[in-house]
Design a binder for this molecule. Sequence first.
Ligand code: 6GU
Length: 226
Amino acid sequence: MRIDILTIFPEIFDGPFNHSIIKRAKEKGLAEIHLHNIREYTANKHRRVDDYAYGHGAGMVMTIQPIASLIDTLKSERNYDEIIFLTPDGEVLKQTMSNHLSTLNNLIFLCGHYKGIDQRLREHYITREISIGDYVLTGGELAAAVLADSIVRIIPGVISDETSALSDSFQDGLLSPPVYTRPADYNGWKVPDILLSGNEKAIGNWLIEKSIERTKSRRPDLLDEH
Ligand code: 6GU
């Protein structure tokens, strides 16, 4: 999997991709993440990448030329499965979308800023528009980092314990059950007896029961989806 991220703030990504699971995925050669600074592709002599919105005064809009030049360059080098624009008015990200995207080879993520990007880019280049939830962020960068993380971590081989990604919250439409580790008794706070019983079948049933309980109380909307 190769992800090309188009941004005016490439430094934002220094943190999220250089630690833990995503770092390991890159080291194992399972994921490549390439950052591209949109500003390096502008033909404007003042290096501008934005301009006033036509028709109404409020806010700046990212111009077509630098983004189009950058995407054209990338498309001349390989075929892309999806060109994704991260935007609060996109389709809200769900685990099923990450699962699907993790099966693809080449993705472009375009991070927007200001009041957005010229609509013509959305019509002529973008194949998919994704939001990470109903709240507004300063720009698409943190959303792109979230999307990349959710996709890369489930590429086969990235997480060593194969069953681990499948038992995540949301993978089966339920929240995960509570987890405990040693000690079995912390100053009187005890781990539920059943988890110490060694009875695998009873433990399995208990975990499912707790998952359902948690989902019912916290996210009843997930149960409605079934
Ligand atoms: Cl993708 N971008 C911005 N700016 N805000 C968001 C978002 C994206 N998703 C949720 N909020």
